[in-house]
Design a protein around this ligand. Structure first.
Ligand code: SAM
Length: 204
């Protein structure tokens, strides 16, 4: 999966590639999809949600440029697969999921893998986690109509956020950098995500 889908497409961040080689993706997919765990695409994880395509996980994580010292906020825990990778590459991770059953399952898998530098929250991630802010990095793994203002507020100066922005069905992946309190946006390419549902996202 890493050689054919990620390295071959031009991602050469060795720390990231090593993390993706080590984290057992098959643990994060439903048992009836075990044989497809390393497919080159997203897979259903229940509740109408998906585990993202391996390449998009790699692309978003690479765009965060993690050095290992960062406090990261992830919105959209889903299966917990992306969370496990962030935990390998950053100092600490706070992850938020609005669907409690997904959060519970992700938490169980990460505990079984011995991941300790993560805190789980259930609720509307479009509001961020003010009592944990500021964050050096923010990753949103669901599609937002725009950059949720609370997330930009909770981003540290010099920090980076990566998120899909656009309509419910098609979006652009963007990297937001906070420079002197202002937002600089870089466009990384087209993508398709499930919607970010919440006060600063799409209506349910
Ligand atoms: N990164 C995940 C993985 O590796 O499995 C995939 C995440 S899935 C594409 C997007 C997730 O965002 C879904 O689990 C969905 O329930 C969650 N979500 C949507 N709106 C949310 C919100 N306002 N706050 C927190 N999570 C939200």
């Amino acid at each position: 999966m890493v050689a054919e889908q990620i390295r071959a497409r031009g991602i050469h961040n060795e720390r990231l590639l090593a993390a993706m080689e080590e984290i057992p993706r098959h643990l994060f997919v439903p048992s009836f999809l075990l044989e497809r765990a390393h497919d080159d695409g997203p897979l259903p994880i229940g509740e109408g949600q998906t585990i993202s395509q391996p390449y998009i996980v790699a692309e978003m994580t690479a765009a965060l440029a993690l050095m290992g010292t960062e406090k990261v906020l992830e919105i959209g825990t889903g299966s917990g697969y992306q969370t496990a990778i962030l935990c390998r590459l950053a100092k600490e991770v706070v992850t938020v999921e609005r669907i409690a059953s997904l959060q519970t399952s992700a938490e169980r898998i990460l505990r079984e893998l011995g991941v300790e530098n993560v805190r789980f929250r259930t609720g509307d991630g479009t509001l961020g986690i003010p009592d944990e802010a500021p964050f050096h990095r923010i990753l949103v793994t669901a599609a937002a109509p725009g950059v949720p203002p609370p997330l930009f507020e909770q981003l540290a100066e010099g920090g980076i956020a990566v998120l899909p922005i656009g309509g419910r069905w098609e979006q652009e992946l963007i990297r937001v950098t906070k420079e002197s309190g202002k937002m600089r946006k870089d466009f990384l390419g087209g993508c398709r995500f499930v919607p970010l549902i919440g006060q600063c996202g799409f209506p349910d």
